[in-house]
Design a protein around this ligand. Structure first.
Ligand code: IMP
Length: 430
């Protein structure tokens, strides 16, 4: 029996969706514990493309239970659309395969309005948020004025919280940002209707997880975003509003740390970043454009082009430390095929200092220059390869460098978007 957390080691978009989908075959429950519909997983299964923002991708596997933990911020309109789309594709979503924590905070229309208004007001120095209201929803959670899923089942409670919140939010929207105010009645009606549809899915996720542990079931915790977007440990302020590191799997779902057996880190074979913020190995040239085009590096939530760059082991090694990684999963290796010379960043030069970890201060990181090792590339198409020993010599050298530089073994290598385009070296649930 093993309960495993899977985390992105970079700035998100590492290809976790496919990894989680693969690992779900061995798991009984899949749990999301932070973030919201700022995340996006694209999956190709039996020729059909699925895009998930909220529902764990484990929903595509019959017999598995997907859970949305209290640490997630939930936009109920988006969730219901996602459920309807899946139902339309013959993948039914029912209370048997989806459980949502009653204590999940709800993204309200004023959160979205404030997120957009604030970003627009920032001009230079924009975080580049996804505009989904994620930050403002977490703000209300922390200042204890949030609305949680169970509030949508109680008209009186919802109206009184809305009246209180809208007084302040409307003042800000109208008089500070010059945006339109919102009406209590319209918002209450919309959200009570969501509540009626979501009530059968609401439960105490922490208790359900305890039950799963008692029954020796495999639980898989699916991280969203990536380690360096963590609100505490990321490249602040260019981060998301939740803790994306593995430790938050416990707080965001209500399971104790002693119940977690392993943490695996997903490493894209190169690096990408969406939105603002420092990115030492960024390639603003033809190679960067080629990686973006071949890798389809456009946000699955916002469609924005992702910034692309070389693999940065300073970034990955900081994630090894912050998450206590026991194994690495390499994704999108096939995207590098045909690039004659590849680089891996092994340290940063910051003035006269050499750094092997990402410095927490933005000002220091902005001054860092990457120190890279060069590798010969490969021409062979990797997508049909299923055994490690069949990979080209130069590909294996690239992977061996990742293991050597991180000191963490590679368990899985993904060589294409489809489920079967995968090389399994070690079963993560063993
Ligand atoms: P927010 O999470 O919408 O507040 O956005 C804050 C920052 O996190 C922005 O730079 C976003 O582009 C980034 N971000 C949020 N979610 C993701 C994701 O799933 N992948 C990559 N970047 C993300």
């Amino acid at each position: 029996m093993a309960n495993v957390v899977v985390i992105g080691t970079q700035w998100g978009d590492e290809g976790k969706g496919k990894v989680v989908d693969l690992l779900t075959e061995k798991a009984d429950c899949v749990v999301r514990f932070q973030g919201g519909n700022n995340a996006g997983h694209t999956l190709v299964v039996e020729g059909t493309q699925y895009i998930f923002h909220l529902i764990p991708s484990g929903i595509l596997h019959p017999g598995k239970v997907c859970m949305i933990g209290n640490g997630v911020v939930l936009d109920p309109g988006v969730l219901l659309q996602e459920m309807d789309r899946l139902n339309g594709l013959g993948r039914s979503v029912t209370p048997d395969n989806l459980v949502i924590s009653r204590y999940t905070h709800i993204i309200m229309p004023y959160h979205r309005a404030l997120d957009l208004a604030r970003e627009n007001a920032k001009g230079h120095g924009k975080i580049g948020t996804t505009g989904r209201g994620i930050g403002p929803c977490y703000e209300d959670k922390v200042c204890r004025s949030g609305i949680r899923l169970h509030d949508l089942f109680d008209e009186q409670a919802l109206r009184s919280k809305l009246e209180r919140n809208l007084k302040e939010k409307n003042f800000l929207l109208e008089h500070f940002f010059g945006a339109s105010p919102l009406e209590v009645d319209a918002v209450a009606e919309e959200y009570l209707a969501y509540g009626r549809r979501l009530a059968p899915f609401a439960d105490n996720v922490s208790e359900r997880l305890q039950q799963s542990v008692r029954e020796n079931r495999h639980i898989h915790f699916e991280g969203a975003q990536g380690t360096h977007l963590d609100i505490d440990h990321g490249t602040y302020p260019y981060v998301t509003s939740s803790n994306t590191v593995a430790g938050n799997a416990c707080c965001g779902s209500g399971i104790g740390p002693t119940r977690i057996h392993a943490v695996l880190g997903v490493v894209k074979a190169y690096t990408t970043r969406v939105g603002g913020g420092p990115f030492p190995t960024e390639l603003e040239d033809e190679t960067g454009e080629r990686i973006r085009a071949v890798g389809g590096e456009f946000g699955s939530t916002t469609g924005r082009p992702r910034r692309c760059g070389w693999l940065d082991m300073v970034v990955v090694n900081s994630a090894v430390r912050l998450n206590g990684l026991a194994g690495l999963i390499i994704t999108k290796l096939d995207v590098l095929t045909g690039i004659p010379k590849l680089k891996i960043c092994v340290s940063y030069r910051c003035g006269t200092r050499s750094l092997d970890m990402v410095p927490p201060e933005l000002e220091a990181l902005e001054k860092c220059e990457p120190v890279c090792r060069e590798f010969d590339g490969w021409e062979e198409d990797l997508r049909g390869i299923r055994r490690y020993q069949d990979l080209p010599l130069n590909t294996r050298r690239y992977l061996e460098a990742v293991e050597e530089l991180s000191g963490v073994p590679i368990g899985i290598v993904s060589v294409g978007p489809a489920r079967e385009e995968t090389i399994l070296l070690k079963d993560p649930f063993q």
